[in-house]
Design a binder for this molecule. Structure first.
Ligand code: SAH
Length: 213
């Protein structure tokens, strides 16, 4: 992976992330090394290190960097984690997850985005990702259970299939709530007896939609 932005740009980026609560040095390190400009539309390249969500193809958005950082931090990944990502979008979050875990299984319902994300990850030499075009609301039973699950689109409630595919001791981070209304980022921890739910921060994500296009 090659970071082409200037050291000053990256230092300022990391400082912004830190100020917004991203304090895990492993997360900051991988975000500093990942060239976000590769994951935005070319005409937004100059804004790639602003702490902003930006439009991507298919009327979707690349998430705000500080939100990517906070979600990743809450996932508490180890190099042994097997991760499911639902809603890969640009592939930026996928690249960050891949840098901190053993393997990432990623699903994206827009074929155009799935294809773009796959070639971006390949161009960066990221090899521990299996990214496929498909509906992630049902998870990916063939590869379950997962140690960690990250969802980048909001559902009203945590989808049952995703809860079922989370390993005991596992963590899932997802936004819940209606589009337009206030959404909350939720951390679900699976225990021997059930699930614990913690509310993290208010967020705004695109909706989790059924079917693939
Ligand atoms: N973290 C990504 C976020 C992309 S936006 C990034 O920073 O680029 C969320 C993505 O979820 C969109 O690309 C949308 O197409 C996708 N999505 C929504 N519902 C989905 C579903 N059921 N299965 C898979 N992807 C879904």
């Amino acid at each position: 992976m090659k970071q082409t932005a200037s050291p000053e740009t990256i230092d300022a980026f990391v400082e912004t992330l830190r100020r917004d609560g991203v304090t895990d040095p492993r997360v900051l390190d991988v975000m500093a090394r990942t060239p976000r400009e590769n994951f935005v539309e070319p005409h937004f390249a100059a804004r790639a290190y602003d702490n902003l969500p930006l439009p991507i193809a298919c009327a979707q958005t690349i998430s705000q960097p500080s939100v990517v950082g906070l979600m990743t931090q809450e996932l508490d990944l180890t190099t042994r984690s097997k991760v499911l990502e639902v809603g890969a979008g640009s592939g930026y979050q996928t690249a960050i997850l891949a840098g901190l875990s053993r393997r990432v299984y990623a699903l994206e319902r827009h074929r155009t985005l799935a294809d773009q994300a796959t070639s971006r990850l390949r161009a960066l030499g990221i090899e521990n990702v299996i990214l496929t075009h498909g509906d992630g609301s049902d998870g990916w039973p063939m590869h379950a259970p997962f140690d960690r699950i990250m969802v980048a689109a909001a559902a009203e409630d945590p989808p049952r299939a995703l809860l079922d595919q989370l390993r005991v001791g596992g963590i899932m981070i997802l936004p819940v709530g209606d589009e337009g209304d206030e959404q909350q980022l939720i951390k679900v921890t699976r225990t021997e007896d059930g699930f614990n739910y913690d509310e993290l921060i208010p967020v705004r994500f695109v909706p989790l939609l059924d079917g693939s296009v």
